[in-house]
Design a protein around this ligand. Structure first.
Ligand code: UD1
Ligand code: CA
Length: 462
């Protein structure tokens, strides 16, 4: 039978104490709601989401990432049952099952959802509730059974002492027949502790009408952990990261001290790369095979080619690194950095909008911004591209096989031709033609015996 999915995400998320709607908080780098959508996508159903708070803004964020999704608005938070009724047109004329699930289950995975769906369908049930046994059932609706048959779901706030001791809880994921939603949702009342229309009352209503209502217990309770506050957010984040690291390790990535390594779900790492802890790797990052990331790497939205070595405490943001590069220790590669193959960027070197062609070396203490540097050029220690005149940024173009002496300032806009030399300690303000030497420091004066006169006999000439 056909299935559509309806995600409830219109809650206030009060317990998060946040300006941002709960389902847009991120777990392992991906908004909670998008994680649920990602999980549902391969099950290729029509999907709808009920949104509430900051509707326009939330709907825009959702549509930009998942344009196929239908969006409904629950104006006022009146409970999960009321939220489902806000999407009436999504299931009104549909002859099939509706999978209803909350938007706050970031650890949901396709396998557990598929087995829930398949079990429901093969048994041809009228309603199925996904139950699980968390370590701590506090806050969840308890599933009350009567001689092993489903009887009711009782919310924490409405539960008796005895009911609170029940360990089997409602995962918030259900299968209903579309026509049952149309017919029986209006029967839900709000005479409960929160004065809300609880969707959790619907299975009991169906049961009383003689329909076949089942509880299907999940194998891995972690899959259905809800996020209601920041503590649960952190727990979900850690759990998702552990899954990601495990998958990477099993696929051939070495991760040392994994508990101190953050690799978000948006990151790809190829086999035979080694990541030492601590490390934080975020965003759309790809790290190819054979790399070594030594301790302290912080990498965001970067592509790192084969066999690179990132030495300790280096930061790489929105940059593209070719194969066989050496970076750091303590290098800072800022947005727009492109290192071609075999480039060396050493300690305390900062780059921004800098294209370094193959074999360039900038081994120590430099700032290279708004620049392009030709192949095999050597940038001496302490070189600075002076790219900012207080109002505008200017470019420095450096040719191939150039030698820039240590402690030079290159005042942009500036161009230095192929095979040119810049003497150490120079401040270069005018273009340097190919093959020439530019030197701009004051000529050295040495005065013999100067110190002897000053210090008299104390000056010990050996
Ligand atoms: C809900 C269930 C509880 C279950 C738990 C599983 C109810 C009454 N309780 O409790 O039995 O154990 O989920 O995680 O359903 N929402 C709306 N509109 C509303 C209220 C909620 O769209 O008016 C959405 C929320 O955004 C959320 C989901 O429904 O994604 C569940 O709401 P939440 O307030 O988190 O319910 P729980 O207290 O977790
Ligand atoms: Ca919840």
């Amino acid at each position: 039978m056909k299935t559509r999915a309806l995600i409830l995400a219109a809650g206030e998320g009060t317990r998060m104490r946040s300006q941002l709607p709960k389902v847009f908080h991120k777990v392992a780098g991906i908004p909670i709601l998008f994680r649920v959508l990602q999980t549902l996508a391969p099950l290729s159903q029509q999907i709808a989401v009920v949104l509430g708070r900051d509707f326009e803004q939330s709907a825009t964020m959702l549509r930009s990432a998942y344009p196929e999704t239908s969006v409904f608005h629950q104006n006022k938070r009146m409970g999960t049952g009321h939220a489902v009724s806000c999407a009436l047109s999504f299931y009104k004329d549909f002859d099939g099952y509706v999978l209803v699930l909350p938007g706050d289950l970031p650890l949901l995975c396709a396998e557990s959802l598929t087995s829930f769906l398949n079990l429901s369908k093969t048994e041809n049930v009228d309603c199925a509730i996904l139950g699980f046994e968390p370590e701590n059932p506090f806050g969840y609706g308890r599933i009350v059974a009567d001689n092993d048959a489903f009887s009711a779901i009782v919310e924490e706030k409405d539960a008796s002492e005895e009911e609170r001791n029940i360990r089997l809880v409602n995962g918030g994921v259900y299968i209903f027949r579309a026509r049952h939603l149309v017919e029986f949702l209006p029967a839900i009342e709000n005479n409960n502790a929160q004065k809300e229309y609880y969707l959790t009352d619907l299975p009991a209503i169906l049961m009383k009408k003689g329909f076949d209502v089942r509880v299907i217990t999940a194998n891995d309770p972690d899959d259905f952990l809800g996020v209601n506050n920041r503590e649960q957010l952190a727990f979900a984040d850690t759990t998702a990261l552990n899954r990601q690291k495990r998958n990477l390790m099993l696929s051939g990535v070495t991760i040392l001290n994994p508990e101190s390594v953050r690799i978000e779900d948006t990151v790809e790492i190829e086999p035979d790369t080694t990541v030492y802890g601590p490390a934080h790797i975020f965003g759309k990052t790809t790290i190819q095979t054979g790399c070594v990331l030594q301790p302290g790497a912080v990498i965001r939205n970067a592509i790192i080619g084969k066999n690179c070595e990132v030495k300790p405490y280096s930061i790489i943001t929105e940059s593209t690194i070719g194969s066989g590069c050496t970076i750091g220790p303590m290098a800072h590669l800022r947005p727009g950095t492109v290192l071609n193959a075999g480039v060396k960027v050493g300690n305390f070197v900062e780059t921004k909008k800098a294209i370094l062609h193959p074999g360039v070396k900038a081994s120590h203490l430099s700032y290279l911004g708004d620049t392009e540097i030709g192949e095999e050029t050597n940038i001496g220690a302490g070189t600075i591209t002076c790219n900012y005149d207080g109002e505008k940024k200017h470019r420095t173009e450096i040719g191939k096989r150039v030698f820039i002496g240590s402690d030079s300032q290159l005042v942009a806009p500036l161009s230095i031709g192929d095979d040119a030399y810049v003497g150490a300690g120079s401040t270069i303000t005018k273009d340097v033609p190919p093959c020439s030497l530019a030197i701009s420091r004051a000529r050295q004066t040495t005065i013999p015996d100067w110190a002897k006169k000053k210090k008299g006999k104390k000056c010990n000439q050996s």
